[in-house]
Design a protein around this ligand. Structure first.
Ligand SMILES: Cc1cc2nc3c(=O)[nH]c(=O)nc-3n(C[C@H](O)[C@H](O)[C@H](O)COP(=O)(O)OP(=O)(O)OC[C@H]3O[C@@H](n4cnc5c(N)ncnc54)[C@H](O)[C@@H]3O)c2cc1C
Length: 1014
């Protein structure tokens, strides 16, 4: 008996023979495209620039713009790029009106290689040709991830329309094999869930399923009536569980339970794909009706690894290509072994994977008419021909649509064709021998983990060099690992959060003490803290401190400081690490309290706890770096050590909008640097503050080193700011309060030892500018999130959207429907984007601003429905806003967005910079020159390009602004701790009578922490 491997080799060799009978290059279009792709495969930088240029081209309207972008992308083409490009750029400069259309035409042609038609009419013509070649079809509508429900509705209608047309046009078509034809309807439509609902949140599968089912039912119903097949495509990992659940749920409904013509995709590059497939099969058996599975490796490998790299979590995909190949083979067998319930389709261009499926089918006695191969339109033509010739059923995946919405698809295809590890490149561009290509992937898996070459996550800091020759290596951030965010994709995480919310509810009304000098202190006054989504609910009570308690706290802190300052920094750092570990353990519990106390949506609450954890671990790491004295210079006969002392007693005043993270960040910085800290949470988030105190208590903070005082800012806050024994004030909050603190801290009181250091982080009036060539999908998605996420109550939130008049209409016509699609509600429910604002005064103030806006500008959009209870403000958008209007100048701190129209980028910059604030700012553009210009000129402490302007991550995006946004400090940055320290230099003459040691001695431990005298 032949081994499976030799059978695979024989079949593979046969396919190759047939392929080689009609030799074809990797890219069927010769000339321009072929040469560009060849270049891309040999030059990664060129490839990046080329793909970026291709992606922006369809959005450029004028010839001059096209040429300008060409120059910007390829201007330094002397560094090894093809003379073709260099010459192209030169020619283009001279005759833009000729070159630009030619370029556009060429890129369109390149895209058309992968797009079967712009409309149903064109696509049907293509399908007819394929029919003559005995190749079937599945049609996919280009465009994914809609930003509004209006767009989603359009897609749903498009799918139904397409289905009708395809059914009509192919009425008399029959199956190419004529055997087991009932398993493979001629009309086959592939759908993507992200095109059908704009508000999919992985945390809220039930909501997604309710909306998607409503859209899908008519489509499935019609497909059934027409005898067509519907396939659920699989997209990024975040949508995987929802897609699987949706598929199973809707197809178990009575109406579809006995309908066999639906299929779903399993991505073999996912580690959990085998579990998912087995689960599906079990479901199918229970349902007792066939269904189909298209097995693929997966199209989002780069995306998944990049995303996970950014989040610091394990990628859900295999990291070695042969692992995906081997898993594909494993799942191939699973599919065939379950032939009685599942109809397999193999979506691969890899001859080894294809031949392996043939061999396993034969081994298990499965007739070749019971499964099919699916390949992408415009790719691997010779393989399709070979398979048809061998008597297999072949179906082509045919995208339909315009280039602009199809760009994401096109870029995925270009990446796939040029991928270092891809089969197509190996076979058709690099002529790797058949024997090599047919090897068993299991043998190629390296035992010691990942071969992640080519992965974006692997670009190490060391090999990133900028143009000036300076390394981009950022010591602090690069050596630090952030805690990953909780992924609410998983049912387990959703369940844990639900259960934490239930538990938190049970503890509503609990009372929390002050914590002074290691003791729990109660006073007669208790302050209730309410749930802003349901103000009748009291989340808990905080004990109210008065001046007496404040005095007591200063004394306790002062006393503790004298010991704590001499405690080795290693011990202090470990305290923070213990606190971080406790917060990790209590993560869901803490998040749940935030949801109730300040109205944070789940993922925002989790991000806050993650930030608190990161502050602790990052500052611990930074203290170890700063704590050791440093020799200033090597000179004979003298040693000078530079080092730091803590300042003394630090008073930390935090806001409610990041109720644990900011409080924790400032307090942890104070404690780890050897100061004694009094922390005062905001009056609106006392319970979160009390929870943080519990964390530090459990972590073993010595008495007096961290004290917790809740109470009125106007009473204890003001008292402590002015206190002679308070040496440092770390404040985050409003400009009004911040400036008062700044001023009063400048007055030296009798008996005061130190000049008070004030760390003052205040508000913003953050602007994002949208360039004429911006990617509008991203612009809308990120602008909406930046403006309305957590109800616009982040100091970093977007409040001024600055649009160039050239694309004003295009942006607005998508922005408003996107805002109108947002989920507003009680954030206790998963997947809510807009919850309540913090309290009644905030509610009233924001409504007042809305009234001002109505007088000053044009109310372009305001949500109509918000929950009846609670402090819900409808998301609001004003247009015709001018820079001098109040709504364009004053911080509103709510879900209100002002849109300003400007002539050009110069004016945009002037408007963006024309405020008192400089906190965050952003820019959407695909012009490298404009991006550089904004990077250089936008006045903001944190400038974000082509992403949201909120969501700073510790160590990665040190956060803080200047002008009236703050004193220029950077929370989560490597120099933050310096604010809490005073530098000292100790110099000793080490020479005696002209004799000096050759080397300066190491400092002794006593230098840092003197032993107590015996
Ligand atoms: C008809 C059809 C429909 C498809 N539908 C979908 C779909 O709905 N959803 C979807 O996600 N994909 C889908 N794909 C798959 C995807 O678009 C790619 O075509 C496919 O993954 C390429 O695999 P291959 O076997 O042809 O090529 P190969 O060259 O053998 O494999 C390339 C694949 O290997 C994986 N890979 C690459 N590098 C690594 C690495 N370092 N470690 C681990 N794995 C790696 C990636 O998945 C990559 O795409 C579909 C493919 C076809 C042909």
């Amino acid at each position: 008996m032949r081994s499976l491997q030799s059978d695979v080799e024989q079949r593979g060799t046969r396919i190759f023979e047939l392929v080689d009978k009609h030799p074809e290059r990797l890219f069927s279009k010769a000339g321009f495209y072929q040469r560009l792709m060849a270049l891309s495969m040999h030059d990664e930088r060129f490839k990046t620039q080329l793909f970026r240029f291709v992606a922006v081209l369809p959005s450029l309207r004028r010839s001059s713009e096209i040429i300008q972008h060409l120059e910007e992308y390829f201007s330094d083409s002397n560094d090894g790029f093809s003379p073709l490009i260099g010459m192209g750029v030169r020619v283009a400069r001279i005759v833009p009106w000729i070159s630009a259309p030619v370029l556009r035409w060429n890129v369109s042609e390149m895209a058309r290689q992968f797009i079967a038609g712009r409309n149903p009419h064109e696509v049907i013509a293509t399908l007819r040709k394929r029919r003559a070649q005995k190749i079937g079809f599945t049609v996919d509508v280009l465009g994914e991830a809609v930003v509004s429900e209006a767009e989603a509705d359009e897609y749903a209608a498009l799918y139904v329309d397409l289905l009708e047309k395809l059914a009509r046009e192919t009425r008399d078509w029959t199956d190419s094999l004529g055997k087991n034809a009932e398993l493979f309807p001629v009309v086959n439509l592939s759908v993507k869930i992200s095109a059908l609902y704009s508000q999919i949140s992985p945390a809220a599968p039930a909501d997604a399923m309710a909306h998607l089912s409503t859209k899908l039912r008519p489509l499935l119903r019609r497909a059934r009536e027409l005898g067509a097949f519907i396939n659920f495509d699989m997209e990024s990992y975040a949508l995987k569980n929802t897609t699987l659940e949706l598929f199973k749920t809707i197809l178990t409904e009575a109406e579809f339970k006995d309908w066999p013509h639906a299929g779903i995709v399993i991505q073999a590059y996912l580690r959990d794909s085998e579990g998912d497939l087995r689960d599906l099969i079990e479901w199918g058996r229970g349902r007792d009706t066939r269904f189909a599975v298209r097995l693929v490796k997966g199209a989002y490998w780069d995306y998944e690894t990049t995303k996970s790299g950014q989040n610091g979590s394990n990628p859900p995909v295999f990291l070695q290509k042969p692992e995906s190949d081997a898993n594909f083979e494993k799942l191939t067998r699973v599919l065939f072994e379950n032939d009685s319930v599942v109809t397999p389709a193999f979506g691969s261009h890899n001859v080894r994977s294809i031949a392996h499926a043939q061999a396993v089918a034969d081994e298990l006695g499965i007739d070749r008419s019971r499964f099919e191969y699916q390949l992408l339109y415009g790719m691997a033509g010779p393989i399709k021909r070979a398979l048809v010739e061998m008597g297999y059923r072949v179906r082509e995946y045919c995208p339909i649509g315009e280039l602009l919405p199809g760009m994401a698809y096109l870029v995925r295809r270009l990446l796939e064709n040029t991928s270092n590890e891809g089969f197509l490149r190996a076979k058709f561009a690099e002529n790797v021998p058949a024997k090599e290509l047919l090897r068993d992937p299991k043998e190629l898996i390296k035992p010691n983990g990942a071969n992640r070459s080519g992965s974006p996550v692997m670009a190490t800091a060391e090999n990133r060099q900028n143009k000036n020759g300076a390394s981009l290596h950022t010591t602090a951030g690069d050596s630090f690992r952030n805690a990953p965010l909780v992924s609410f994709i998983y049912k387990d995480s959703q369940d844990k959060m639900q259960s934490a919310l239930r538990e938190a509810r049970k503890r509503f009304g609990e009372k929390h003490p002050l914590y002074i000098g290691g003791e729990k202190i109660w006073t007669d006054n208790l302050t209730p803290s309410v749930n802003p989504a349901e103000p009748t609910e009291i989340v808990g009570y905080g004990t109210e401190a008065g001046v007496d308690e404040a005095e007591r706290a200063v004394k306790a802190a002062r006393a503790a400081f004298e010991k704590w300052r001499w405690t080795p920094f290693e011990e202090r750092a470990q305290l923070l690490e213990r606190a971080a570990a406790i917060m990790e353990r209590r993560r869901y519990e803490l998040s749940a309290v935030e949801v109730f106390e300040v109205g944070k949506p789940w993922s925002e609450a989790d991000a806050d706890i993650r930030e608190a954890i990161d502050f602790c671990t990052f500052y611990a790491q930074q203290m170890r770096r700063l704590g050791r004295p440093k020799l200033t210079q090597q000179v004979p006969g003298e040693e000078s050590y530079h080092h730091y002392w803590p300042r003394g007693v630090a008073f930390v005043i935090a806001p409610w909008n990041f109720p644990i993270a900011i409080l924790c960040g400032m307090a942890a910085a104070g404690v780890v640097t050897g100061n004694a800290v009094i922390m005062k949470p905001s009056e609106q988030s006392i319970i979160c503050g009390a929870m943080l105190m519990q964390v530090f208590e459990e972590a073993g903070v010595p008495p007096g080193v961290l004290n917790f005082l809740s109470g009125h800012g106007s009473v204890i806050g003001a008292h402590l700011v002015d206190h002679k024994d308070v040496d440092l004030i770390a404040f985050t909050g409003s400009r009004e309060v911040g400036l008062k603190i700044w001023e009063s801290a400048g007055i030296t009181r009798p008996g005061q030892r130190e000049l008070k250091r004030v760390i003052c982080e205040m508000g913003g009036k953050n602007a994002m500018i949208v360039d004429a060539d911006a990617d509008l999908d991203e612009t809308i998605m990120y602008s909406i999130y930046s403006a309305f996420g957590f109800q616009g109550q982040k100091c970093s939130a977007l409040s001024r959207l600055i649009l160039l008049e050239e694309n004003y209409d295009r942006v607005m016509e998508r922005l408003i429907p996107a805002a109108a699609s947002l989920r507003i509600g009680n954030p206790e429910q998963p997947g809510i984007m807009v919850g309540p604002v913090i309290d009644e005064p905030a509610y009233r103030r924001i409504l007042e601003y809305i009234e001002i806006g109505k007088k000053e500008a044009t109310l372009a959009y305001q949500a109509k429905e918000v929950p009846p209870h609670g402090y819900f403000i409808p998301p609001t958008i004003f247009t015709d806003v001018k820079p001098n209007m109040r709504i364009a100048r004053e911080e509103i701190f709510g879900p209100v967005l002002s849109v300003l129209k400007v002539r050009d980028l110069d004016e945009a910059l002037e408007v963006a910079n024309g405020t008192d604030y400089a906190l965050t700012g952003g820019f959407f553009s695909r012009s490298p020159d404009n991006i550089e210009r904004i990077k250089a000129r936008l006045e903001a402490g944190n400038v974000y390009i082509n992403r949201s302007c909120t969501g700073a991550i510790v160590g990665r995006h040190p956060f803080g602004g200047f002008k009236m946004s703050g004193s220029g400090t950077k929370a989560g940055g490597e120099d933050y701790l310096l604010q809490f320290l005073v530098p000292r230099v100790v110099t000793e003459n080490t020479s005696r009578h002209g004799f000096a040691p050759e080397q300066s001695p190491q400092y002794r431990d006593e230098f840092l922490w003197p032993k107590p005298r015996q």
